[in-house]
Design a protein around this ligand. Sequence first.
Ligand code: UD1
Ligand code: CA
Length: 452
Amino acid sequence: MNIVILAAGQGKRMHSNLPKVLHPVAGKALAQHVIDTARTLAPEKLIVVYGHGGDVVKATLAAPDLAWAEQAQQLGTGHAVAQALPELGAAAQTLVLYGDVPLTTAATLKRLLQAGREGLAILTVDLADPSGYGRIVRDAAGNVQRIVEQKDASEAEKAIREINTGIMVMPTARLADWLGKLKNDNAQGEYYLTDVVALAVAEGLPVRTAQPEGEWEVLGVNSKVQLAELERQHQRNLADQLLVAGVRLADPARIDIRGELKHGRDVAIDVGCVFEGKVELGDAVEVGPYCVLKNVKIGAGTRIAAYCHFEDAVVGPDGVLGPYARLRPGAELGPEVHIGNFVEVKKSRIGAQSKANHLAYIGDAEIGQRVNVGAGTITCNYDGVNKHLTVIEDDAFIGSDTQLVAPVRVGRGATLGAGTTLTKDAPPDALTVSRAKQLSLSGWQRPVKVKK
Ligand code: UD1
Ligand code: CA
């Protein structure tokens, strides 16, 4: 099939400079959700009709498989689809989606395409409150006759609860003719796509309907209120999928997934966590409350305590991390590594069973196995212009409050005394101290307050 995504609307009620279809749900633009779902149907042509904020929309969504059709003036949904006509492929069916209705599933769209294979099909739902929507008008036998917009509807028609979601599949071969026949002599002075339904009926083509699994599949966004509601709905769906797959969530209403979360068995996630990009949690991983994990892979059995922030990092199995640990891009931790409170690790490899439990900065470092990094240790990796490497070999012990002025190397089994400022390599197996000798002066007088 061909797929046409309508995305030319301005979205006045969003009160934003960002075009409506670029507002995010689960960290991804509304229209991007639609495009991603559309792609899974392998369309012959995938066309986005754009208008408002055209350049930004195009630049944000650009992809080699997308065709673009500009609708300079928004004269109605029928006029919008007409702009895509020159881009349509020969495929028998043309499916119209809305760029601001992000959660329709591929399974629902497949049912709709199936329903429309001999004519035209409309995705409809029955709403308790149908106001604002186009109504599906059926004859006594239940056959669809036409769609009437709210503003053009009689009182009797307004009582109809079956509404047009806007998602519709039509025979490509009839489209140009039908769209050419549309008139704008209606309450809104627009060219309604919905008027093609009556044209199909007049030609004796079967017009069928299909329904989504859930109402949320056809919810659109016109305001920040609706955007927030849709976000919650989507997050709840994602949380339910995790629960069904065996993840333990302290509260399915308090988790946010903005990307892809893969997990093993017996994973537990406490409240308030945000997962962004691609996150992988191994078997039996525990994530404490209020952690933010973005593009990270966590090895099996690792426990992450509260308030951790990890980005572009890899953590080995059986780690003990946090609370308040920060892993920045390029942090790679081996098995059984401990990273404690207020420890920041950037672009560094830390070997098995090494520990940095309190208040440290480890940047541009290669740390071996079983190394103990004392509280307050800092790798001075930046000279103001360039970054330099710190190497700490296996079994070294770094005393508290040490500065390692890179480039510098600490040999295997070396000990650095507390307070060392290391500017030259420390040899293996020796104690290296750089602080001044401790003195005690007896009879020393504290300064006294000078009277003015
Ligand atoms: C449309 C349907 C209505 C349906 C409702 C579902 C028509 C005439 N009416 O009404 O039956 O119940 O959607 O939400 O089709 N757009 C363009 N260019 C335009 C006009 C709209 O790209 O010139 C896009 C909008 O950005 C939006 C979509 O088409 O994504 C729907 O437009 P909107 O104005 O919201 O349609 P409604 O009047 O709500
Ligand atoms: Ca609408």
